[in-house]
Ligand binder design. Structure first.
Ligand code: NAD
Length: 410
């Protein structure tokens, strides 16, 4: 099953719960606009590489399209399409006025220079610029893109539209970035985990947590948990993982990450593979890297009781059913990682008003929105006796279907 088919399987389950009309399925299961572009880049050694880039706008009934841009060898049309549709349901679930989009370039940036990445980013932005804009489609960071990349996107867009910081979120603070945005996805994961643990009467302080991925999301999740005094026993990045039953030294790992070194350079700990991390002895598992990592091959070996999906689409449909059958509690990506786009919403509104909140206010408002979404997801799931994923999809789909109907899309 491809990523898009897989997301649509989850969609069908949510749609059935709200008795979605047949004609709505055709509108909501396909993207509104799909742009594929050629991105030629003159490399530092003089050679020319031609990459393929995508911007997929899935549904814009509730507001401008919104979603990240990822640079990854597996970022193809189908994956980006799947991620764009997830954004539609996610922005609706947390009830912020955006539609869903995603962008990406099929590229391995690990051996590219900053100059080559900048040239590629500017060419890509120019190629998709006609479908972007603060009231049209607003990109943000995702896998292998960061505040610097967003600064280049903003600059390329502003070159033809005038100074437009509200055209992209996740920017550096000096260019209108919001204090709190960088940490927002990770903090949102921690807020949701705290709230869910309280609801289920689980003592989070006594839990041991494993995190796959130590980039923007994973490292901020680790920091947030560390602040709460929760033990992080395993983390990993693309090079491998580390495990320590007594808890890892998170600030040391963060320092390694800040100096662009791998977590595997930590000493005095056990070294494990990314596969072993998913199956390690822990209570809470947090995938925070790639999609499709929990599969039919490893779902039964997962020992954690709670899986909270910080990454987008980390669980295949088969694995999702297996986790359910073995009584695991799965907090779905739609809810768990929605702090990122919620933080982007705060940044966008502040840019429009040319006003800046303090980080305390940012975090307070973020917590409020995440708690409201958690409460409505738990209420739906428990009152209908369905998994949280189905509940999250159902709530999101219902809101988008209503807006699509009111706007006359069908
Ligand atoms: P990032 O590029 O900052 O970090 C990715 C991390 O994953 C790095 O530590 C990298 O080494 C690791 N990684 C890469 N390939 C791996 C592999 N094969 N096995 C194990 N680890 C691997 O990206 P990010 O922004 O932290 O995004 C991580 C996930 O969170 C993605 O699924 C993304 O879609 C999702 N997400 C991100 C945001 C955001 O605001 N950045 C918001 C919502 C969801």
């Amino acid at each position: 099953m491809t990523p898009f088919e897989s997301v649509n399987t989850f969609f069908d389950r949510g749609a059935q719960l709200i008795h979605l009309k047949d004609e709505m399925y055709d509108v909501l299961k396909t993207s509104y606009r799909e742009v594929q572009v050629q991105v030629p880049v003159r490399m530092d050694n003089g050679s020319l590489h031609v990459y393929t880039g995508y911007r997929i706008q899935h549904n814009g009934a509730r507001g401008p399209y919104k979603g990240g841009i990822r640079y990854h060898p597996q970022a193809d049309l189908d994956e980006v399409r799947a991620l764009a549709s997830l954004m539609t349901w996610k922005t609706a679930l947390v009830d912020i006025p955006f539609g869903g989009a995603k962008g990406g370039i099929t590229v391995d940036i690990s051996n590219m220079s900053p100059h080559e990445i900048e040239v590629m980013t500017r060419r890509f932005t120019n190629a998709i610029g006609h479908v972007l804009g603060p009231a049209r489609d607003i990109p943000a960071p995702d896998l292998n893109t960061n505040a610097q990349v967003m600064a280049w996107v903003m600059d390329a867009y502003s070159a033809s539209h005038g100074y437009t910081p509200q055209s992209v979120t996740g920017k550096p603070l000096e260019l209108g970035g919001a204090p709190g945005r960088e940490a927002a996805t990770g903090r949102g994961v921690v807020y949701v985990l705290e709230g869910a643990a309280k609801h289920w009467d689980v003592d989070l302080q006594a839990c041991r947590v494993a995190i796959q991925g130590f980039g923007n999301v994973g490292s901020w999740v680790a920091r947030g948990l560390d602040e709460l005094g929760v033990k992080v026993v395993a983390v990993s990045d693309v090079k491998g993982g580390v495990y320590c039953a007594n808890g890892l030294d998170v600030s040391r790992l963060v320092r390694l990450g800040d100096s662009r070194r791998s977590v595997i350079e930590t000493d005095g700990v056990d070294h494990i593979s990314n596969e072993e991390l998913l199956e390690c002895d822990c209570d809470v598992l947090i995938p925070a890297a790639l999609g499709d990592v929990i599969t039919a091959d490893n779902a039964e070996k997962i020992r954690a009781d709670i899986v909270i999906e910080a990454a987008n689409h980390p669980t295949t449909t088969e694995a999702d059913a297996m986790l359910r059958d073995t009584g695991k509690r799965v907090i779905p990506d739609l809810l768990a990682n929605a702090g990122g786009v919620t933080g982007s919403y705060f940044e966008w509104t502040q840019n429009i008003q040319q006003f800046k909140w303090k980080e305390e206010r940012f975090n307070e408002e973020l917590r409020d929105i995440m708690m409201r979404a958690l409460d409505s997801t738990l209420f739906f799931a428990e009152s209908r006796d369905v998994p949280m994923r189905d509940a999250a999809f159902a709530i999101g789909i219902e809101r988008v279907a209503r807006a699509s109907k009111l706007r006359g899309y069908v």
